[in-house]
Design a protein around this ligand. Structure first.
Ligand SMILES: [Zn+2]
Length: 472
C-alpha cells in the first residue's frame, strides 16, 4: 500500500505524492507568539515533525514554510499592557518557541518566518482581491465578502446557507456586512502599531498572512497544508477563500489536521487557563525525549488524553527501548543467527513502515517495534539471541529513531535555511557539536556545521584555545 493521508478536504484517506517531482511543498500554521506554547500546541508541531521525517524517509524532499504570527489583537493588547514594543514583546516568545522546538527535536522548516516581514505581500494580495471584487471597505478596514466565494465551507463541510445574520463566527470585533465576512486589513487605532501600504495604513488580519506567505514561497497550489483541528474553521476556510478567490486554483491538495490534546477531559487552552507548558514538565524532572514520545505516540487524528501518569508511562517506554539498544551494543552473543528472530526483525520493520504509511499510525508503528523488543529480550534471556541477530535489530531501532527521535538525549541542531537569526546559545551549541564531530573524525558533519553557521553570517576561527566566532 502506498503512502496515504486523511484529507480533511475530501474526508477520505488518499494516496499521497507531490504534484511536481519529488519535492513536497508544505505549509503549516506556526505559533502566535503572545505567550509560551502549551503542550497541546506542541502536540501539533510534533505531528508536523513526524510528517516531515516520514516524507523524507519515503524519499521526498521538503520545501516547508511555517509562519510566526507576531502581530494580532492579543499580541498588541499584551504588548501594550507590558509597556513593550511589538518587536520586543514577540521576540521573547519567539525565542521561547524555538527553544521548545529544539528541546523536543522538532526540525525547523526550510523557512520559518515572521508575519511582520511580509506585510507588503499581504497588502498586494488584498489589492488583488479588491480588483476581483471580493472585498469591501468599512471605516478604513477591508473585509472579505464571503458571498463572492460560493465554495466557502468546503473544507469544514459546513453549509452556511441558513446561518443567521449577526451570528459570531470570527473573533474580529469590527463592522461587517455579513457575519461570515472577515477582516483582511484593519484600520489603524490610536496607540496601536500600523504599517503604510499600497492599500493604505493599517495592519493585516490573521488569516491573510498564511495565504500570502504560503503563495509567496510555495506557489499557488501547495501539496500539503497542515495545522491543528481548531484551525479548520474559520482560519483555513478563510485561507482557501483568500487564495482561491485570487488565483481560481486549488490552494492546497491535502489538508491534514491534528486532534486536540485533552487535559482532564477539557481541551487545553490558554483562554481556559488549563494549560501545561513544556517547561512545567521539564521542571518536574521529565526528560524531553519522554515528552516527545508521549506527544508522538498517539496517532495525530486521535485525541490525546493527557493525565498525570502519561509522562511517566512515556518515560518507561523510552527507557525500555534504550535498555534494549544497550544490550544489543554491549552483550556478547553466540555466533550464528536465529532464523526466527531474523524474520521477526524484518517483519517488525515492514509493519512499522506500513503503519507509518497508513496516515502516520504511530501507535501501530510503536506496537510493531515493542513486540520485536519483547521477543528479542526473551530470546536474550534464554540464550537464543545470536550475534548475527544484532545488525537487523539495530537497523530496526535506527529507522524507528530517525522518526521518533527518542533514543539519545540532546537537542536537535538548528537546520540550514533558517530565516530567523541563530541565538548565541544556538551558535554555541552548534560549535560544541562541531568540536565533538572533529574529535570523532566526522569531518563531513563538522564541515556541514561550519557552512550552516556561515549561511547565518557566523564566522568561525579555529585557534589553539578552541573555536572562536563572530557575526558578520
Ligand atoms: Zn495559518
Amino acid at each position: 500500500m502506498p503512502l496515504r493521508f486523511y484529507n480533511t478536504l475530501t474526508q477520505r484517506v488518499e494516496p499521497f505524492a507531490p504534484l511536481e517531482g519529488d519535492t513536497v511543498r508544505m505549509y503549516t500554521c506556526g505559533p502566535t507568539v503572545w505567550n509560551f506554547a502549551h503542550i497541546g500546541n506542541l502536540r501539533t508541531f510534533t505531528f508536523v515533525d513526524l510528517l516531515r521525517r516520514w516524507l523524507r524517509y519515503r524519499g521526498y524532499r521538503l520545501d516547508h514554510v511555517m509562519n510566526i504570527t507576531d502581530v494580532d489583537d492579543r499580541i498588541i493588547q499584551q504588548a501594550l499592557g507590558a509597556g513593550q514594543s511589538l518587536a520586543d514583546y514577540t521576540a521573547q516568545y519567539t525565542q521561547a518557541f524555538l527553544e521548545d522546538c529544539a528541546t523536543l527535536r522538532l526540525e525547523r522548516p526550510e523557512r520559518l518566518t515572521p508575519a511582520t516581514e511580509h506585510i507588503g505581500a499581504m497588502a498586494r494580495l488584498i489589492a488583488g482581491l479588491r480588483d476581483k471584487g471580493c472585498t469591501y471597505e468599512s471605516e478604513g478596514s477591508i473585509y472579505y465578502r464571503i458571498a463572492a466565494f460560493p465554495e466557502y465551507g468546503k473544507l469544514s463541510h459546513t453549509d452556511f446557507g441558513g446561518m443567521r445574520a449577526g451570528a459570531r463566527v470570527d473573533t474580529d470585533r469590527y463592522e461587517k456586512a455579513d457575519a461570515r465576512d472577515f477582516a483582511l486589513w484593519k484600520a489603524p487605532k490610536p496607540g496601536e502599531p500600523f504599517w503604510e501600504s499600497e492599500i493604505g495604513p493599517g495592519r493585516p488580519g490573521w488569516h491573510i498572512e498564511c495565504s500570502a506567505m504560503a503563495m509567496q514561497y510555495l506557489g499557488e497550489t501547495l501539496d500539503i497544508h497542515a495545522g491543528g483541528i481548531d484551525l479548520i474553521f474559520p482560519h483555513h476556510e478563510n485561507e482557501i477563500a483568500q487564495s482561491e478567490g485570487l488565483t481560481g486554483k486549488t490552494f492546497a491538495r491535502f489538508w491534514l489536521h491534528a486532534e486536540h490534546l485533552i487535559l482532564d477531559s477539557q481541551t487545553m487552552s490558554k483562554s481556559l487557563g488549563n494549560f501545561i507548558t513544556l517547561r512545567d514538565l521539564l521542571q518536574e524532572g521529565y526528560q524531553p525525549e519522554a515528552i516527545r514520545y508521549l506527544l508522538a505516540s498517539v496517532p495525530y487524528r486521535k485525541r490525546l488524553n493527557f493525565t498525570a501518569d502519561s509522562p511517566k508511562a512515556a518515560a518507561t517506554a523510552v527507557e525500555r527501548l534504550r535498555n534494549f539498544e544497550l544490550r544489543l551494543k554491549t552483550e556478547k552473543f553466540p555466533d550464528g543467527a536465529d532464523e526466527g528472530l531474523h524474520a521477526a526483525a524484518g517483519q517488525a520493520l515492514q509493519r512499522f513502515e506500513d503503519a507509518m504509511d497508513d496516515d502516520l499510525n504511530t501507535a501501530e508503528a510503536l506496537a510493531a517495534v515493542f513486540e520485536f523488543v519483547r521477543e528479542a529480550n526473551i530470546a536474550m534471556d534464554a540464550g537464543g539471541f545470536r550475534a548475527g541477530n544484532v545488525a537487523p535489530a539495530l537497523d530496526l531501532l535506527e529507522r524507528f529513531d530517525s522518526i521518533f527521535g527518542v533514543l539519545r538525549p540532546g537537542r536537535l541542531e538548528v537546520r540550514v535555511g533558517d530565516a530567523l537569526h541563530l541565538s548565541d546559545g544556538d551558535v554555541q551549541a552548534l560549535i560544541a557539536e562541531r568540536t565533538q564531530a572533529r574529535k570523532g573524525r566526522d569531518f563531513a558533519r563538522a564541515d556541514q556545521i561550519r557552512q550552516q553557521l556561515a549561511a547565518q553570517g557566523v564566522i568561525l576561527e579555529d585557534t589553539k584555545d578552541g573555536a572562536r566566532w563572530k557575526r558578520h
